[in-house]
Design a protein around this ligand. Structure first.
Ligand SMILES: *Cc1c(COP(=O)(O)O)cnc(C)c1O
Length: 486
């Protein structure tokens, strides 16, 4: 040990000994103020954490102040986080419409209002107001979904993964499920079709090859090793080149010949043939018309509603799924049901002023409209500060949600730069604004896609940019934020 470090460790050891005691900190006027707002238990915990952090900083020679003032400030910072429990609202300027990391679909405003009303009070969740007796929670969404899919049985559960799990567990427990090797999909890392299938108690019967699967491949196993045919929409990739897949119509006919059901996990795509979205994604109504017995899809990816999974298809099969004890474990809560029924309502009102829900409006909005909005935004940004460089350029947005990988949504991007500020630093500063603005970097420049900005959010983007330019954040605040994220 050199003299130098010996001195340093002695000095920090002294300061460690002098760290203020918890009891003394509890009578500090600023801590007393905190005690008026938060329980003693949480304040004491925050003090202990702050003392631990100071002790560690001193021990590692990183320094930092160990006096009462600094500790109290650290406690205040810790408790300030309690003021805003997550998830935090953010502005999505990425142009990715159904952004899984950003909560997928913004709800229709009427749906959101209804969720708030239902959440804050009692509601007729399982109570039949006409008869004054126990009712069914599915009754709140069933009729609405049936209006979207006339003549079909419907069931709403927690998410699409749950819908598929329930369908397989109900219809193929202890039995084989035939699926093409080209459709053993992984969505977002945590959802893998073969794993869900295994957990459902069904047995995987792979048919065909990665790039080519023929009707004869299914014919060899259906009715023998496999008592269900499963088709999974490869949401986030495409097999291109020398390929062959069996169309739903042909597979449905084959399955019917063998007396086994065809289940389609559609995940994402379009509800109806004329709904906005990627043309090559089959629509749910089309899959049903072509003979699929059961289709499951995501309530947020496909309807633009809350996180939910919808099973739609033959009434008898849906009823069996509903009777499965697992359905209880996978059921939706009142807030989801309220959001879902009001989202369906928005779809039924499509074409009028308040429908369909925001994500389909974002998909459907014309390029002219996006361009006009981009120009207005760019002009307002340019007027903020003369260090700003801003332009409007052609670009591509995405549907997102692991959907339509090859499908770009033509858009106009606001390209943004600040003289003397790197693009990553600018991106970080926008994200640290309150509310955070999440943009992206393309070709080394920060870009903002107005397509995914909701009404009134242009103003938030402007204030975030103003703050990023005129009030550079100190490194300390930036680091504090990063710790908070971790
Ligand atoms: C997204 C997706 C899922 C998972 O849906 P969640 O609603 O996220 O549970 C399952 N299957 C396919 C084909 C999907 O695209």
């Amino acid at each position: 040990m050199t003299n130098d470090s010996g001195k340093r460790s002695r000095a920090s050891g002294d300061r460690r000994a002098r760290l203020p005691a918890v009891d003394r900190l509890l009578v500090d006027p600023r801590v007393e103020e905190l005690l008026r707002r938060w329980s003693r238990r949480v304040v004491v915990h925050a003090i202990r954490e702050a003392l631990d952090a100071a002790r560690q900083a001193l021990a590692s020679g990183a320094g930092g102040a160990g006096d009462a003032g600094a500790i109290v400030a650290a406690v205040e910072r810790r408790l300030a986080r309690l003021d805003a429990p997550g998830p935090r609202r953010v502005v999505n300027a990425t142009g990715v419409i159904v952004h899984t990391n950003l909560g997928r679909a913004p709800l229709d405003p009427q749906a959101a209002r209804h969720v708030a009303a239902v959440a804050a009070g009692y509601c007729d969740l399982e109570f039949d107001l006409d008869e004054g007796r126990r009712g069914s929670r599915q009754a709140h969404v069933g009729p609405w979904l049936e209006m979207l899919f006339p003549g079909q049985g419907v069931l709403a559960v927690n998410n699409n993964a749950a819908a598929l799990l329930l369908a397989l567990n109900t219809l193929a427990h202890d039995r084989g499920v035939a699926i093409s090797r080209g459709e053993l999909v992984e969505i977002g890392g945590s959802f893998r079709v073969p794993e869900i299938l295994e957990r459902s108690g069904a047995r995987l019967v792979e048919v065909g090859t990665t790039n080519r699967t023929h009707l004869a491949d299914y014919a060899r196993v259906l009715g023998r090793e496999a008592s269900l045919a499963l088709k999974v929409w490869p949401s986030n990739y495409r097999v291109v080149g020398f390929t062959r897949e069996v169309p739903v119509r042909e597979l449905a006919a084959l399955a019917a010949d063998h007396g086994v059901p065809l289940v389609v996990d559609q995940g994402c795509g379009r509800l109806f043939r004329d709904a906005p979205g990627p043309r090559d994604d089959p629509a749910v109504e089309q899959l049903l018309a072509e003979g699929a017995d059961l289709v499951c899809f995501s309530g947020d990816k496909l309807l633009g509603g809350p996180q939910a999974g919808v099973l739609v298809g033959r009434r008898e099969l849906v009823a069996r799924c509903a009777r499965n004890p697992l359905a209880r474990a996978l059921r939706c809560d009142k807030m989801t049901l309220a959001a879902l029924s009001w989202t369906c309502r928005a779809w039924l009102r499509a074409g009028t002023a308040d429908g369909p829900p925001p994500v389909s409006r974002m998909l459907a909005v014309s390029l002219d409209e996006v361009a006009a909005r981009a120009r207005r935004l760019a002009e307002a940004i340019a007027a903020l500060d003369d260090r700003l460089e801003v332009a409007v350029e052609h670009g591509d947005g995405r549907v997102g949600g692991g959907a339509a990988p090859g499908f770009a949504v033509p858009t106009r991007l606001v390209v943004l730069g600040v003289r003397g500020l790197g693009e990553q630093e600018l991106l970080d500063r926008l994200r640290r604004h309150d509310p955070p603005v999440v943009a992206r970097i393309e070709a080394g420049r920060v870009v903002i896609d107005p397509r995914t900005l909701l009404e009134g959010e242009d103003g938030i983007v402007l204030s975030a940019i103003r703050a990023a330019v005129v009030r550079p954040e100190t490194g300390e605040r930036a680091n504090a934020h990063r710790r908070h994220d971790a």
